[in-house]
Design a protein around this ligand. Structure first.
Ligand code: GUN
Length: 278
């Protein structure tokens, strides 16, 4: 029976440390400031952004959500980003994704100053991460790394990543490689996925398909990190068949309450990091 990796608890304890750092910054007259840009009415995005706002408030970060209608133009958004880039009181800028179809996502990401890119999505930050240089790390991969480190050493472990998104799959493999793990990437076109996942000491699943990973696909004793968030019969479930896999794995993240709270915490970490740079 697996240990349940309590992301909520681990995030709460990490946030206590961040809170102390913010108190110290405030005593020096520095108030960490985060601007979140939210365009349109996607219910999931609204819910994520509220979570970010709550966490910021708890830690003492001054956060503001800038809400805009679906018909905001790309030119208007780029102009707003320029203003936020130039505002010396703003430490972090986050544009919530996905954006409406008429806005070019990569042009928007590239417009954010890499120094204020608290999502860690700017190519300059992605490049630095790949080179193993000190930089703003993407929040979900960084959160996963922290969760796994609470369970095991990484050197020489075989990490199998299922999913190759820009936000999670690709960067999380890179972070574990930088920690001297052996990393295998799998995705929707991988032949015999189970043969791959059964080799994993640490299995990270970020595809977005409920029930994709079943107990027969997991090596006994593996650590399983479920990044999926799927709504099934009005319930949130991950990509891993939790009930089956928990009897095979040595540790597993629940959905909700696993990776999600860590993602938000690492966003706060990045905002505090930028504010600390002065
Ligand atoms: N939409 C879903 N996840 C994320 C994220 O981590 N950052 C941003 N900006 N948008 C998202």
């Amino acid at each position: 029976m697996a240990v349940v990796i309590d992301g909520k608890q681990i995030a709460a304890s990490y946030r206590e440390t961040l809170k102390e750092q913010v108190t110290a910054l405030r005593s020096r007259g520095i108030i960490p400031k985060l601007k979140v840009v939210l365009i349109g009415n996607d219910p999931a995005s609204h819910s994520y952004v509220r979570g970010k706002e709550r966490a910021a408030e708890e830690i003492g970060i001054d956060s503001q959500i800038l809400r805009f209608d679906e018909d905001m133009t790309e030119a208007e958004l780029l102009k707003l980003i320029d203003l936020l880039n130039d505002d010396h009181e703003v430490h972090g800028i986050l544009v919530q994704l996905p954006l409406p179809n008429h806005i070019d996502e990569s042009r928007v990401i590239m417009r954010i100053s890499p120094e204020k890119d608290v999502d860690g999505f700017h190519p300059e930050n992605v490049g630095k991460m790949m080179l193993g240089l000190d930089t703003l790390l993407p929040c979900t991969p960084h959160g996963i790394l922290h969760l796994v480190k609470t369970q095991t050493d990484l050197v020489g472990k075989h990490v199998v990543v299922v999913g190759r998104s820009q936000i999670v799959g690709k960067p999380v493999g890179m972070l574990f490689l930088n920690e001297s793990a052996t990393v295998t990437y799998c995705h929707s076109k991988t032949a015999d996925l189970g043969a791959m996942t059964r080799q994993a000491d640490i299995l990270i699943v970020a595809v977005g398909r409920a029930g994709l990973v079943t107990a027969d696909m997991v090596k006994p004793g593996a650590i399983v990190i479920d990044v999926g968030v799927n709504r099934v019969d009005n319930r949130l479930v991950g990509d891993v068949d939790y009930e089956g896999v928990k009897d095979v794995a040595s540790a597993i993240t629940p959905v909700p309450g696993g990776v999600g709270p860590m993602t938000i915490t690492m966003l706060m970490h990045n905002t505090v990091e930028v504010a600390s740079r002065g």
